[in-house]
Write a protein that binds this ligand. Sequence first.
Ligand code: NAG
Length: 333
Amino acid sequence: MAAAGSFVAFLAVFAAAAAAAACLSAAAMGDGELLRPAGTSLSFREGYTQLFGDSNLALHGDGKRVHITLDERTGAGFASQGAYLHGLFSARIKLPADHTAGVVVAFYMSNGDVYERTHDELDFEFLGNVRGREWRVQTNVYGNGSTAAGREERYGLWFDPTEDFHRYAILWSHDRIIFYVDETPIREVVRTGSMGAQFPSKPMSLYATIWDGSSWATSGGRYKVDYKYAPYVAEFADLALRGCAVGRRACEEPGSAATAMSPAERSAMEAFRARYMTYGYCYDRLRYLAPLPECSVGPEAAAFLPSGDARAAAASRRRGKRHRARVGADSAV
Ligand SMILES: *[C@@H]1O[C@H](CO)[C@@H](O)[C@H](O)[C@H]1NC(C)=O
């Protein structure tokens, strides 16, 4: 959809760091991903480890593709073996189709296992829906244990994420965080002094999970997981970790300019948000009487109600409700 200026620049910087690292003793670097040229990815066995779900995690295609499944017994999940301080983390993901209300697929960075009370987290959460209604995507940011303050945004997508693989990426640098769907940036969090330690600043690992979110995921918990439609299978491919792995040498951080968005990317992001964003915490005056410090009230604000819901999405939900009253369907969240 848009030229991916900063995305490519960022890869190039890490590729350069990888080349520099290759000059050092390869043994000292272990089998680190930094030695791999951009464009390749680690196999599951090389880079990841299963967290839960026993046989509900299955490898395909030479261990390059991972299926995680939710059924009546359990969900499933995995995590990167290494932790990273900044980088670009991505996967191509295909979500389960049909009736998926209550199902949550999460693709995220976290250090909650290391820092119980002061953890950092960057989330993509995919929220299932009733048959015939689309999946919703939610992004969120926590820093230094700021779980009292949710920084959720929610969006629709311009494609059906159950039909094909699409790439979801999190770019995390010292200066900013950018969430991407395919080549389109959908959210940028710029580090501000006022945000302080709530901007994630400690090494994190990459996680992917599928689980039962019946209590909240779809229309605030109204539609629960129906195991009649199980198993729910989420497919991951091309998992990529490009960053400064903790405990490895010679990782050069890209400078601020390398991660900045190009004007084309910025306008693609603005166009996406105007059309597909359905909720923004920065606009939610019911939850935050005063917006959180990093929220700048730009022209985007006019598109949102004091509930944080996009005016357009709320209006189409009202229209849809009248039409769907008989089938009892509602949009997610
Ligand atoms: C992070 O949170 C802890 C616990 O609330 C606090 O003591 C610490 O000062 C915070 N760190 C920073 C850098 O603000």
